[in-house]
Design a protein around this ligand. Structure first.
Ligand SMILES: *Cc1c(COP(=O)(O)O)cnc(C)c1O
Length: 486
């Protein structure tokens, strides 16, 4: 049980009562977010109440300079760390985390490239006008139309996920009299999450070509090796190299390093055995960000240095020229650039038995306050999907009221419709107040839905004191547009 004043026995172990409920915990927020003189939260000098006035709530508020800075930080720190290894790194922004034409433009302007995973994402890339050479296409079940579109756009790489797909991509390219530039997605048996990784010999997931030697009918030949041999021999395929992606929300470099080492050893063995050169190696994305005050992600530069050390020493040991390295961060570029602005509606307080049963015996209960906001699982599905934790702060004013353990919930017809499971908020938070939930730039708008016929929120980009919609919010008309009538 907690001893701190205001602490609730219902709070999870990791959650502490902030010394000052009005203070921003810096790693959670975009660079230009701060309390203004009058106590209001402001981004790029624009107050949240002005943003609400102009654009309504819920609203995704993105700091454009912060996005650009995080994109540059990846590019610059990986370039620096790998300069002597392979002359720099190609950074592919993982578009699935949040994609619109403005974002594609920023990515291209900052010297990054773009990862896509569907025809629709390719359509956004095409609309934004990024050069096809700088775009990659992923996916474990690409359609013929998507493969053709990739070839039409002259994509820099198609990341092939299976032996079936290799055959299809090869045949389509050959039929067009072209060469498809292909990376092979391998599963190195390394699975990382936040602070740990596990390494297994076998893979039990839908993505990628297994490196395990019993993964095909042919004894001793892995699916990965079969694919290398087939790709190298195929007249429709230009085999660029290998790819892996080991997980998401990863804080420590050791999982990336182990995967890099496994892939390099395999790459060297294949080059030797089949007399080919694979000039590229993609180590995927998954770099973690802070969602709550206990998350402590490392700067991109630290991870880059650790990964470069392993690539450098492994290539030296194997006596091979290091392939050109690429990476695919999504969340770590866009996640912290954005907060969601909600308006508070109803509140209620329930009494709950203390966890662990020590209070239940003598009938001691504790209050948990539910604070409802005007969005929910339709604009942030991650708490429902992954039990993801978030944090929230009173945004339209400061408060000296006592801390109260609160659960921020949405307005959907689901009791699991939770936005922030546990957070201390001032006791006087009331209807009409604004709450800001940071860290919602990645996989929130992207996963948004129209559940309960809620209109999906817009995304506003703030830069140099001005705000513009980069994706407008839906209207009631949008909601009815596809209803064909009785
Ligand atoms: C999702 C994904 C990424 C990006 O992951 P983040 O956790 O957002 O960095 C990169 N590469 C591949 C293949 C992915 O599927």
């Amino acid at each position: 049980m907690h001893a701190a004043p205001g602490a609730s026995p219902l709070a999870p172990e990791w959650l502490t009562v902030p010394a000052d409920l009005n203070e921003l915990h810096e790693p959670l927020w975009a660079g230009s977010v701060a309390r203004a003189q009058d106590g209001e939260l402001a981004v790029g000098g624009l107050s949240v109440s002005a943003l609400k006035e102009q654009f309504g709530t819920p609203l995704f508020v993105l700091d454009e300079a912060d996005f650009r800075a995080r994109a540059r930080a990846f590019k610059d720190s990986f370039d620096a760390a790998f300069a002597d290894v392979c002359g720099g790194v190609d950074v592919y922004y993982a578009g699935k985390s949040f994609l619109c034409t403005a974002v594609v433009t920023w990515v291209a302007e900052e010297g990054l490239r773009l990862d896509t995973a569907s025809g629709g994402e390719l359509a956004v890339a095409a609309r934004a006008g990024i050069a096809g050479e700088r775009v990659a296409l992923h996916g474990n079940n690409k359609s013929d139309a998507e493969i053709n579109r990739a070839l039409d756009m002259g994509l820099g790489r198609i990341v092939v996920d299976s032996l079936d797909e290799l055959t299809r991509v090869g045949a389509i390219a050959q039929g067009r009299g072209e060469l498809a530039k292909v990376m092979l997605r391998l599963t190195p048996g390394v699975h990382a999450h936040t602070h740990e990784f596990i390494a297994t010999a076998h893979e039990d997931q839908k993505f990628g070509l297994s490196m395990a030697s019993d993964s095909t009918e042919e004894a001793g030949l892995s699916a990965a090796e079969q694919a290398v041999a087939a790709a190298a021999a195929h007249p429709g395929i230009d085999l660029l190299g290998l790819h892996c992606h080991i997980g998401s929300q990863i804080f420590e470099p050791d999982g990336f390093a182990l995967a890099a080492e496994k892939l390099l050893r395999f790459l060297a063995a294949m080059q030797d055995k089949y007399g080919i050169v694979m000039p590229e190696l993609d180590l995927g994305g998954g770099y973690g960000i802070a969602y709550t005050p206990v998350d402590t992600p490392r700067p991109a530069a630290d991870i880059a240095v650790a990964m470069a050390a392993v690539v450098r020493s492994t290539c030296a040991e194997l006596g091979i020229t290091a392939p050109r390295i690429s990476i695919e961060p999504g969340r770590a570029i866009v996640g912290s650039t954005t907060f969601t602005l909600y308006e508070v509606g109803t509140r209620k307080t329930v009494r709950v038995d203390a966890p662990g049963g020590d209070g239940a015996a003598d009938n001691v209960t504790y209050p948990r306050r539910y604070v409802s906001v005007d969005g929910g699982m339709s604009d942030n599905a991650r708490p429902v999907l992954y039990d993801a934790d978030y944090s929230a702060i009173l945004a339209n004013r400061t408060s000296d009221a006592a801390a109260q353990l609160s659960r921020v919930v949405g307005k959907h017809c689901e009791s699991g419709d939770i936005v922030v499971r546990d957070v201390y908020l001032p006791a006087d938070v009331a209807a009409g107040d604004l709450l800001a939930v940071p860290g919602t730039g990645a996989y929130c708008w992207a996963l948004s839905s129209n559940y309960n016929y809620l209109a999906r929120p817009g995304v506003v980009a703030v830069r140099d004191g001005s705000a513009r919609l980069i994706v407008r919010g839906e209207t009631e008309e949008d909601l009815l547009n596809r209803d064909m009538g009785a």
